[in-house]
Design a protein. Structure first.
Length: 175
């Protein structure tokens, strides 16, 4: 059974200072390593792009921040665009695309750990897909009262408790 790599919202707009302090400066390096491994293996890669409709958003369509960062491959097996947190609620229908190809496993990486990545991971499990969350290939930002590192730990604990596997890049690449 194939495993699709889902690369979520690795967009230039997340470098905007308005997001605040982020964690995990190696996120993009780890995403690039995962992409390279999936490409070598000929396994499916799904790119997900957040097309924000919020006025002034650095992720708005037509803005430079909506573009993918350089670590994202120029072509993938599928591009999903979304305006909400879960890649499974974007266009085209990600679950249908995976099922049509007999893909029952997903590995999730990208931005933000506790927002779109976690939401996509939860929905993947709810829909019956095997889910691997590559924690060090995600990053997030501080929120009032909680640091980005604390948010990432909370996401990891929640997902590992009931939604799938939580691993680091080295562990997944060694498998």
């Amino acid at each position: 059974m194939s495993c699709a790599l889902i690369v979520i919202d690795v967009q230039r707009g997340f470098a905007d200072p308005s997001w605040g302090r982020r964690n995990n400066p190696r996120c993009e390096e780890n995403v690039a390593a995962l992409v390279a491994r999936w490409q070598r293996a000929g396994e499916p890669i799904v790119l997900v792009r957040h097309d924000s409709e919020e006025p002034g958003s650095p992720l708005a369509v037509g803005q430079p921040g909506n573009e993918f960062q350089d670590v994202v491959p120029p072509e993938a097996d599928l591009l999903v665009t979304k305006e909400v947190h879960s890649a499974f609620h974007g266009e085209p229908d990600l679950a249908a695309w995976l099922c049509e190809r007999g893909i029952g496993e997903v590995a999730i990486c990208g931005i933000q750990t506790n927002m779109c990545c976690e939401t996509t991971a939860r929905v993947a499990d709810d829909l019956g897909f095997g889910m691997t969350f590559v924690l060090d290939a995600t990053h997030t930002f501080d929120l009032p009262g909680m640091s980005a590192d604390e948010l990432a730990r909370a996401t990891a604990a929640t997902l590992a408790a009931d939604f799938g596997r939580v691993v680091d890049t080295a562990t997944l690449l060694a498998a």
